[in-house]
Structure formats: structure tokens, C-alpha cells
Design a protein around this ligand. Structure first.
Ligand SMILES: [Zn+2]
Length: 489
């Protein structure tokens, strides 16, 4: 019997990418897309996609998985539960974190997270390295070695008592990244404001989860963005600003990009679909909607949509950070906990794409191509996974999601597969659902049922590539030609 030309052919689907939209068969051989055309030859497996959309697998570029917090608790997911959840939601690649805490050896940390992922993941993965202890050995030895091994993004915090690195160390980290060509992702909020407001609210007895939103005053975002951008400009180092939540934050980014600076920015569904009012619930119930930065107002949602439309923000990630609503997670300090004692973070790795598909495709806001761009193609490009990931193209990994654009689903706690066992979007109805998911040509979810084995996901080593390259545009302060000859970077 002659060997079949293809391992699998997906027939007659409507293929949509960030730019194209056409009906075709898509053929897969050895895990990659081998042909796109009409009436392609027989495949070992055949999938009927008539009246269905074929979209590139989602890329979630910000997810906390099986991660140890600074407070010493591991979030409610394993790599298996988080990536199974991601797969059900149409996501086939995740960028998660290898989280260093103070006193930890970064190389050991990265090795430990790689081992956990290798054991459990059902989708492909790659890491951002959190730098919470920027010692000399971390920055001068471990970062360059790890970047050259394929860990080409660093993440830094400007807030949280046990994570924030302070201004001088932030400059050290930006410089270390520049020398290794790594992108630096930043959680940018003014630490003093958050800390001061938190203490003051609790002292005055305002301890319910809703006051968490007040404890991160909106100005703390724009202030930190401005400071961070000044640092990045001084050292000519590209940055990614994570989880933008306010209109003022969007404006700061727009202005900096308008000056030609290499600044990327992300937002998340919680800043498009939730407001601070979601936390206004009886008792500690509001903890289910607690994340940092907090959800803001409807006017902020509009400003963020506008930022996405204009390209000021390029990526929508989940910032998945699940804590179960019980004593193992959110309610570790009991039902009388103050908001300062409740773990921050929301599950969202599974709901991200259905929520955005509903808003952008079904309801029409920004449309199908922009949906693909913000959730797959742009993260692939910025994090240097393109052209292997992020589109449907010949030679790319066959990460393909078959969507039923008409299917209506009401989100519910028991529909989700992650370890939080609740969704902050329970009760919300969406139109459009990922039904069958292929990762490197293998069906990992078929008609809503998992068919992948734990550990079948692959690690994706990445160089920083063009997105992490400095502009080559030195400010006068660090340019020896203009600073009286001082060679500083
Ligand atoms: Zn995060």
C-alpha cells in the first residue's frame, strides 16, 4: 500500500489568520502544516471542518502555573491541570514563569520548573524568568547562561514587599538583559502608594475584598509606567509592560511609543470585562475577583479597547493565577481575612479565548483578524516564537483550533478544568467555542474531550531575537560621544 502523503487532513474549514480568511483543506505531516489547498490528497486521519473556523492555536503569554508565591503557597494548578484547562480553551502554547525568590539560585529555579512542566504539560511551553534576587552572580553569570540556553525573557516586579527590586536593581536588570539580548517584562505599579493605601485602609477597618481595588490607586500605574519607561530609555532596552489596567496607563504607553521607544504592552480579559464593582460582594466572596492590578471602570475598559485598536497594546494574555476559594487558596487566613491576607489572582487560561472571541468576533469588536493577532500572532512575534507558532502557514507547527462560531455556552464553575474550581465569569454567556484542538498535529481535545497525555507538551527554547534588540539609540547621558567620554553601558 502506498504511503499516504499526509498524517492528517482537516477538510473544508474557513481558515483565518491575522490577515487572511479563506476556505481550504489543511494537511499535516510530522507535526507541521505541509499543505494548504483545495482537494488535497488523503491523510492518515481526516477531520471534517465544514462550517467551522480554523484558527491558529492560542498563545497565552502570561500564566502562573504551579508557581510558588512569595508568601510560600503554591497556586491551585499543576502543569497538568493548567495546560489541560488551556487546551480546552483553545490555547496550545503558554509562556509561564520560573519564579526566583530571595535567596534562590536562578539556575536551580529554572531547572525545577522545567522538570515540573516536562512531567505534566499537554501544550507547548516556554518561560519568563522572574528575577526577585538580582545578585551579582544572578545577573552576571546565571542570566547570560540561561538566556543563551533559550530563556530569553526576564520578569521584574516594581511592587510587592518580597518581590520588588527597587529602582537601582531594576536598572541593573535592564542592563543585564540588554547585554544578553533578553526582553524585560514588568509588573509596574508604585510600591509605596499600594503599601501605604493598604495599611491605611486596614487601620480604618476597610478590610473587605472590594477595598483591594482602592489600595491600588489608579495613579500608581501611570507613575510606575513613566518611571520604567525613563529607565528603559536611558539604557535603550526594550520592555513589555504587563497587564495594563487604566486609561492613564494606556496614554503613557501611547506617548512613549509615539516617541519611537521600543515598548510593548499587554492587557488581560479582566481589564476588558470586569470592573471594581465585581468585588463588591457580601463577606469575603469578592476575593474571587481579586487580582493585581485590580479591575477598574467601564471608561478604562473603553480606553484599553482603544489602545488595542490603535496598536498601543499588542497582546491579550490571561495572567492566569488561580487560587481555590477555600483554605488551600484564597481563604488561607480564614473567612475574616483582610484583603491584604487574601491571595491575589484569577483563573483565566481557559476562558480567555472564548470571552475574547465572543466580544471581538461574535459581537464584532475589532473583528476576527484582530482576535487572532492579539491572542496568537502578536505574542508569537514579540516573544520570538514566530513563524513556528502563531499562524496557519506552511512549515509552521500544526497548532490548529477548530471553532464552532455559533455555539452558545454559559460559563460556569464546573465547566473549567483548572485547579481554582471557580471562574470569575460564571453566568456569562458567550457565542463561539473551540471544539477540537490540535497541537503539533496531534488532536489533544476532540469535541470537548481531552485526548492528550501529560508530558506531551514540548519546551520551546527561544532567543530574544529582533523584538529584544536595542534600538541603538543612546540617550546623551550614556552616549560617550556626548557624556564627556564615560562608557557606561
Ligand atoms: Zn501575572
Amino acid at each position: 500500500m502506498p504511503e499516504l502523503a499526509f498524517d492528517c487532513v482537516i477538510r473544508g474549514g474557513r481558515v483565518a489568520t491575522a490577515v487572511d480568511d479563506f476556505v481550504a483543506d489543511v494537511a499535516i505531516k510530522d507535526g507541521v502544516i505541509a499543505a494548504i489547498g483545495r482537494n488535497l490528497g488523503q491523510g492518515g486521519a481526516e477531520l471534517d471542518a465544514k462550517d467551522r473556523l480554523l484558527l491558529p492555536g492560542g498563545i497565552d503569554a502570561h500564566a502562573h502555573i504551579e508557581q510558588l508565591s512569595a508568601a510560600g503557597i503554591v497556586n491551585s494548578d499543576t502543569f497538568e491541570s493548567a495546560t489541560v484547562s488551556a487546551a480546552h480553551g483553545g490555547t496550545t502554547t503558554v509562556i509561564c514563569f520560573a519564579a526566583q525568590h530571595r535567596g534562590m539560585n536562578l539556575q536551580t529555579v529554572v531547572g525545577d520548573y522545567l522538570a515540573l512542566a516536562k512531567k505534566g504539560a499537554v501544550i507547548d511551553y516556554t518561560f519568563h524568568m522572574i528575577i526577585a534576587d538580582p545578585t551579582e552572580v544572578t545577573l552576571k553569570e546565571h542570566v547570560p547562561a540561561l538566556v543563551s540556553q533559550g530563556h530569553s525573557t526576564l520578569k521584574v516586579f516594581m511592587t510587592y514587599d518580597l518581590l520588588n527590586v527597587g529602582d537601582e536593581k531594576l536598572l541593573d536588570i535592564l542592563l543585564a538583559a540588554r547585554q544578553s539580548r533578553a526582553l524585560v517584562c514588568v509588573h509596574a505599579e508604585n510600591h509605596g502608594m499600594v503599601s501605604w493605601m493598604g495599611k491605611r485602609l486596614v487601620e480604618k477597618g476597610h478590610t473587605a475584598p472590594k477595598y483591594h481595588t482602592i489600595s491600588h490607586p489608579r495613579g500608581c500605574e501611570a507613575e510606575a509606567f513613566n518611571r520604567l519607561i525613563a529607565f528603559a530609555e536611558l539604557l535603550d532596552q526594550p520592555i513589555m509592560i504587563f497587564h495594563v489596567s487604566t486609561a492613564e496607563g494606556v496614554a503613557v504607553i501611547r506617548q512613549a511609543r509615539g516617541r519611537g521607544l521600543k515598548i510593548f504592552a499587554e492587557t488581560c480579559p479582566q481589564y476588558l470585562f470586569m470592573t471594581a464593582k465585581d468585588l463588591d460582594k457580601p463577606g469575603v466572596e469578592g476575593a474571587k475577583w481579586m487580582c493585581s492590578p485590580p479591575p477598574r471602570t467601564e471608561a478604562d475598559q473603553e480606553a484599553i479597547w482603544q489602545g488595542l485598536a490603535l496598536g498601543d497594546l499588542q497582546v491579550i494574555s490571561s495572567d492566569h493565577a488561580p487560587y481555590a476559594f477555600d483554605a488551600t487558596g484564597k481563604l488561607m487566613a480564614g473567612h475574616t481575612a483582610t484583603f491584604k491576607q487574601i491571595a491575589n489572582g484569577l483563573p483565566g487560561i481557559e476562558a480567555r479565548l472564548p470571552l475574547l472571541f465572543d466580544a471581538m468576533v461574535s459581537k464584532g469588536r475589532l473583528g476576527l483578524h484582530k482576535f487572532v493577532e492579539l491572542t496568537a500572532t502578536a505574542p508569537a512575534k514579540i516573544y520570538n516564537l514566530h513563524p513556528r507558532k502563531g499562524s496557519i502557514a506552511i512549515g509552521a507547527d500544526a497548532d490548529i483550533v477548530i471553532w464552532d462560531a455559533k455555539r452558545q455556552v454559559t460559563l460556569a464553575d464546573n465547566l473549567m478544568h483548572d485547579g481554582a474550581r471557580y471562574t470569575p465569569y460564571a453566568g456569562r454567556s458567550v457565542t463561539g467555542w473551540p471544539t477540537t484542538v490540535l497541537r503539533r498535529g496531534e488532536v489533544i481535545v476532540r469535541d470537548g474531550k481531552l485526548t492528550a497525555k501529560p508530558g506531551s507538551g514540548a519546551w520551546l527554547p527561544r532567543a530574544g531575537g529582533a523584538p529584544a534588540a536595542p534600538l541603538g539609540r543612546l540617550t546623551a547621558d550614556v552616549d560617550p560621544v556626548r557624556n564627556f567620554g564615560a562608557k557606561l553601558i
